[in-house]
Design a protein around this ligand. Structure first.
Ligand code: CAA
Length: 278
C-alpha cells in the first residue's frame, strides 16, 4: 500500500487524515472537547501513524512519492493544541512521565525526519506541547488570532516535548528564556515578529489556502532533492560550519546523476518544464 493510500485508509480514534490529488496530506488532531490536548492516546496514535508513514514514504525501498507535503492541524476552530493533557499528567509518576514524554519526543523526531515538507497550520491555542509539536514541523503558518506560549512552569513543570531544545532555534535564546521562564502567551503577530511563525492569515480558510499554495509549490520541485535538502539541514543543525559544509558537499555531489537531477538540468537546457519524480 502506498503512503497516500495508507493515510486515506488510516483509522485512528484521535486523528483525522486526508490526502488530496497533489499528494498533500493533512493530519488533524481530533480532540476538540479538550482543545486537542495531547493525551497518551493522541501521542500513541501519532506515533503509530508516523512510524507507518515514514516506513513507506520517500526513499524507503521502492521510492514512494505519493505524499509530497503534510499539514498538521487541530480539529475545530478554537485550538491547534492546548498542550500535553494536564489531567492525565497529574497522576503520573516519574517513570510514567518518562514513557509519555519519551514517546511524544519520538513523535517530534518522526515528524522532523519525514522526507517531504511539513507545515503546522495553527488556528487558536498552541500552548506547551502544542507549541512544541508545531515546532517539529518545517515551518508554522497561523491565523491572526492564534496564541503561542510555553506555560509549563506555571504547572510546576518544564517543557517536555522539545520546547527547551527547539524554541530558541526559532526565536533566539533570550526570547525563548523570556517565554519559558514567565509562561507568557504571545500573539500570532508577536510570534511572527519573533520568527516562530512564517506567515499569518486572516482566518482558518485563508490559512489552509495559504498552506496549500505553499505546499503546491513544493510539489512542482524534485522530491528527491527536497528530501536530501531536508536531511542535510537536519544533519548540519548540530555541526560546526566546517563540518556542515562537508556534509552539504557530499550531499550536493550525491545529487549528480540521479534521475531527478538529469531531468531538471536537461529540462532547463531544453527550455521545458521538468517532470518529477523522474
Ligand atoms: N489538558 C487537558 N485538558 C485541557 C487542556 C490540557 N492541556 N487544555 C484545555 N483542556 C480542557 C479543559 O479542561 C476543558 O475541559 P472541560 O470542558 O471538561 O472542563 C476544555 O479543554 C476547554 O478548556 P477551557 O474551559 O479551559 O477553555 P478556555 O477557553 O476557558 O481556556 C485555555 C483555554 C487558555 C487554552 C485553557 O484551557 C488552558 O490554559 N489550557 C492549558 C494550557 C496549558 O497549560 N498547556 C500546557 C500543558 S503542559 C505541557 O504541554 C507540558 C509539555 O511540554 C509536554
Amino acid at each position: 500500500m502506498s503512503a497516500a493510500d495508507f493515510l486515506k485508509n488510516a483509522k485512528f480514534e484521535t486523528l483525522k487524515t486526508a490526502v488530496d490529488e497533489l499528494g498533500i496530506a493533512t493530519i488533524e488532531i481530533n480532540r476538540p472537547q479538550a482543545l486537542n490536548a495531547l493525551s497518551a492516546l493522541v501521542v500513541s496514535d501519532l506515533h503509530e501513524l508516523l512510524t507507518e508513514l515514514s516506513s513507506r514514504a520517500g526513499l524507503n525501498g521502492e521510492q514512494d512519492w505519493s505524499v509530497r507535503g503534510l499539514i498538521l492541524a487541530g480539529a475545530g476552530d478554537k485550538s491547534f493544541v492546548a498542550g500535553a493533557d494536564i489531567a492525565e499528567m497529574r497522576d503520573m509518576n516519574e517513570m510514567q512521565a518518562l514513557a509519555y514524554a519519551g514517546k511524544a519526543q519520538e513523535v517530534t523526531k518522526l515528524f522532523g525526519a519525514l522526507p517531504f515538507p511539513t507545515v503546522a497550520a495553527v488556528d487558536g491555542w498552541a500552548l506547551g506541547g502544542g507549541c512544541e509539536i508545531a515546532m517539529c514541523c518545517d515551518f508554522i503558518y497561523a491565523t491572526e488570532s492564534a496564541v503561542f506560549g510555553q506555560p509549563e512552569v506555571g504547572l510546576g513543570l518544564i517543557p517536555g516535548f522539545g520546547g527547551t531544545v527547539r524554541l530558541h532555534r526559532f526565536v533566539g535564546s533570550a526570547k525563548a528564556r523570556e517565554m519559558i521562564f514567565t509562561g507568557m502567551r504571545i500573539t500570532a503577530a508577536e510570534a511572527q515578529e519573533a520568527g516562530l511563525v512564517t506567515k499569518l492569515f486572516a482566518d482558518r480558510d485563508a490559512l489552509f489556502n495559504g498552506v496549500h499554495e505553499t505546499l503546491k509549490l513544493a510539489t512542482k520541485q524534485s522530491p528527491t532533492a527536497i528530501a536530501r535538502a531536508k536531511a542535510t539541514m537536519a544533519a548540519t543543525e548540530s555541526q560546526s560550519i566546517s563540518e556542515g559544509l562537508t556534509t552539504e558537499l557530499s550531499n550536493f555531489a550525491a545529487c549528480f546523476g540521479t534521475p531527478d537531477m538529469v531531468e531538471g538540468t536537461s529540462a532547463f537546457v531544453a527550455k521545458r518544464k521538468p517532470q518529477y519524480p523522474a
